[in-house]
Design a protein around this ligand. Sequence first.
Ligand SMILES: [Zn+2]
Ligand SMILES: [Zn+2]
Length: 201
Amino acid sequence: MDIIVDKSNAAPEGARCAVHADWPAVITCVTCGDYACRGCLQEAGDKYYCASCELPPQLARLGARFNGHLLDSMIFAAPAIPIIVGAILDPLGGALYWIAMIFGIVASLAVMGVNMLWLHQRGQTIGKRVLGTRIVMLDDSPAPLWRIVALRALPVGIASAVLSLIPLGNFIMLIDGAVIFGTERRCVHDYIAGTKVVEAK
Ligand SMILES: [Zn+2]
Ligand SMILES: [Zn+2]
């Protein structure tokens, strides 16, 4: 392991590991300030921590975010399937049409309910829970549900609905996701809501 320590994180000359008094310390823990040797330091992002401190959550992998979003999109769209099938099989609006319609609406409400509950409890949609990511505030504190709904989902959702009506509108929406390739790995909707997506433990 090649340890490149930022000067602010480096242990002072002559410092000894807090756990192994015989070993020279390489780093000063960002969280507690203890000195740690080469053998017991922990690395997270571009910072180093001692062995006893809990590491801060890491930014979610792009693949996990993409797949989580894809899964959420499919789960949200799924309740439309029985409604469409019902309308095709029973176009005159008979019993089958209505059963399929009610089934679709109930399924849709269930999907919405589970997502809201999990977002509130753990900052996760169904897709994020499956892929092991979650939404937090920039300081790693839990993101309140109202913020996720009103600032993270609604503005981009409304913009997406409006833009889908104009030519090339969907293309403009790619910008929301494309920003994720920046160093902070945040989408436009993360910037609006002051959130980021991290790996869930
Ligand atoms: Zn520590
Ligand atoms: Zn040590």
